[in-house]
Design a protein around this ligand. Structure first.
Ligand code: FAD
Length: 435
C-alpha cells in the first residue's frame, strides 16, 4: 500500500481521450506526505499536501477526504492549480479535494470501484471533503501535480519579555495588526500560518509567521510586508518591560527557496524534532474576509488568550473561486479566508478530572469563536468533538446529500467516525444504533 506511480499523462477512467493531465501521481493508501513530497521532487513537480514534522500526515486518508489545506492554498487552492490539456485549451482549477483526479475504493460490500468525474461520480464528490472513514476504504488516490517553481517565504518571529501575567497588551497590538492586514497579505498572494502566544511572566515566544507564495516577486513580497514589519519595529522600539512587556523581533526576513519541497523540508519534514503528536484536543473556526475586515479586533482578543492559537491564512485566493458545490467539502470553505485553531493538551498519565478541565477550555473557546461567525463552520480535520451542531458546522448545506451518498454505498453504516456523516444515528460510542 506504499506504492507511488507516475503517469506522464493521465486520463481518468471513462473520461474523454482529450482530457489529459500531465505528471499525475498515484499514491497507495499507506503513503505519507513525506513519501509523496520526495517522489514529486524527484520528478521536479510540486504536490501540495499536509505539513507536519516528519511529513507524517497520510496522503490518501483523512487529510484529503476532509479537505486538505496547505500554505499554497490561496495560490493553488486546497491542493493546487493544475495544468489541464482539455480541448486544447489551458484551464486552471483549484483545491487536497480539488486536486484529486481519481480514487480507488473498496466499498462496504467489498466491491473494488473507481471514483472520478465519470465513474461513481457521487462517491467521488463525497470523498472530496465529506470526511475520512465514512464512505469506503480508499486504496489509492491519483493527484494532479504542477511544475516546481521557486517560492518566496517569510520568517518572522518575536519574543516578549514581561513582568505581568499574560496576555501582554503589546502582543495583542501586534497580533491585532497582523489580523487587520491579513486580507491584503492574502490578496498579495501570501498563504501560511501565524502562531501566537499571549506572553507570560519572563521571556516567551510571541507572534511567529510562516508565510509563502509561489506567485509574487521578491520586490512585491517586501513591499507587501513592509507596513506590517515597520509597525512591529516601531512597537518593539517603544515597548518596555514595565509598560506591558518588551517586544523583540528575532527574525524578520524574506527569502527565496528553489521550490515548495525545499521550504517544507527545511521547516517541517527534516526538522528532526522527533515524535509527532501529544495528548490534547483542538477547537477551530473558519472566518470569511468580511468577518476579518469587520471584526479583526474581536478575532484577536478572542484568539489570543486561547492556548496554542494559530491563524491559518489557508483560504482566500483560489480557494474562494471554486464552485462551492463542486465537491462535498463544506461550502463555507469557499468563503473562508482564515482557519483559526487552538489546542489544549494534558500530560501523559493525567487523570479524568484533569482531562475534563482541559476539555472545558476547548468548549469555552469554541463557543467564543462561534459568536464571531455564527453562520460559518469549522474544518472537520482540525476541530472539536464538542461542537454542538456538528452536521452543520462540519458539512454545512452539503450534509443531507453526503448522508444520502453514504447510505447508498454503506447502507449498514459499516464506516463511522465520531461526528462524521451518519454518526448522529448512533450513540456516542458508535456501537449502538439509536433506533
Ligand atoms: C501533526 C499534524 C499536522 C497536520 N497538518 C495538517 C495540514 O497541514 N493541513 C491539513 O489540512 N490538515 C493537517 N492536519 C490534520 C489532518 O488533516 C488530519 O489529522 C487527518 O485526519 C489526518 O489523516 P490521516 O489519514 O493521516 O490520519 P488517520 O488518523 O489515519 O485517519 C484520519 C481519518 O481518516 C480515515 N482514513 C484514513 N485512511 C483512510 C483510507 N485509506 N480510506 C478511508 N478512510 C481513511 C480514518 O478512518 C480516520 O477517520 C494535521 C494533523 C496533524 C496531527
Amino acid at each position: 500500500m506504499k506504492h507511488i506511480t507516475f503517469f506522464d499523462t493521465f486520463t481518468p477512467d471513462g473520461g474523454p481521450a482529450f482530457e489529459v493531465y500531465e505528471n499525475a501521481l498515484n499514491l497507495g493508501a499507506g503513503v505519507q506526505w513525506h513519501d509523496a513530497y520526495d517522489a514529486a521532487h524527484s520528478r521536479n513537480v510540486t504536490i501540495v499536501g499536509g505539513l507536519s514534522v516528519g511529513g507524517s500526515v497520510g496522503a490518501v486518508g483523512g487529510w484529503v477526504q476532509g479537505g486538505g489545506h496547505n500554505p499554497l492554498s490561496p495560490s493553488y487552492g486546497l491542493g493546487m492549480i493544475h495544468l489541464l490539456i482539455f480541448n486544447a485549451s489551458l484551464k486552471r482549477s483549484a483545491t487536497g479535494v480539488d486536486n484529486v483526479l481519481q480514487f480507488a475504493v473498496v466499498t462496504a460490500k467489498g466491491d473494488h470501484i473507481t471514483a472520478n468525474s465519470y465513474r461513481n461520480s457521487d462517491i467521488f464528490w463525497a470523498l472530496r471533503g465529506g470526511g475520512g472513514g465514512t464512505y469506503g476504504i480508499v486504496t489509492s488516490v491519483t493527484y494532479k501535480t504542477r511544475p516546481s517553481v521557486p517560492i518566496i517565504a517569510t520568517s518572522f518571529a518575536t519574543i516578549i519579555n514581561s513582568i505581568d501575567a499574560s496576555p501582554s497588551p503589546v502582543v495583542e497590538k501586534l497580533f491585532t495588526e497582523f489580523i487587520r492586514v491579513s486580507p491584503s497579505l492574502s490578496d498579495a498572494g501570501w498563504g501560511g500560518f501565524a502562531g501566537i502566544s499571549p506572553g507570560a511572566v519572563g521571556t516567551s515566544l510571541a507572534l511567529q509567521l510562516y508565510l509563502i507564495s509561489p506567485t509574487i516577486s521578491p520586490t512585491q513580497a517586501n513591499d507587501s510586508l513592509a507596513p506590517f514589519f515597520s509597525f512591529a519595529q516601531s512597537l518593539a522600539a517603544n515597548s518596555s518591560v514595565e509598560d506591558g512587556g518588551r517586544l523583540e523581533i528575532v527574525t524578520s526576513d524574506v527569502t527565496t527557496f528553489d521550490s515548495f519541497f525545499t521550504w517544507q523540508s527545511t521547516f517541517f519534514q527534516n526538522t528532526g524534532l522527533g515524535q509527532v503528536g501529544f495528548s490534547g484536543e483542538t477547537g477551530s473556526r473558519l472566518f470569511s474576509r468580511e468577518v476579518i475586515e469587520k471584526d479583526y479586533k474581536k478575532v484577536a482578543q478572542t484568539l489570543l488568550p486561547l492556548p496554542g492559537a494559530g491563524y491559518g491564512l489557508v483560504g482566500g485566493g483560489v480557494v474562494n473561486l471554486r464552485d462551492p458545490s463542486s465537491t462535498g467539502l463544506n461550502p463555507t470553505w469557499r468563503k473562508t479566508l482564515v482557519h483559526a485553531v487552538f489546542g489544549n493538551g494534558w500530560q501523559e498519565g493525567a487523570n479524568a478530572s484533569q482531562i475534563r478541565q482541559a476539555e472545558e477550555v476547548i468548549k469555552v473557546g469554541i463557543a467564543q469563536l462561534h459568536t464571531i461567525a455564527p453562520d460559518s463552520g469549522a474544518y472537520f480535520n482540525e476541530a472539536s468533538l464538542f461542537e454542538p451542531n456538528p452536521e452543520f458546522t462540519f458539512f454545512g448545506s452539503h450534509y443531507e446529500k453526503l448522508k444520502s451518498i453514504k447510505k447508498k454505498y454503506d447502507p449498514a453504516d459499516l464506516f463511522l467516525v465520531a461526528k462524521g456523516v451518519g454518526s448522529e444515528d448512533w450513540d456516542a460510542s458508535l456501537n449502538c444504533r439509536k433506533y
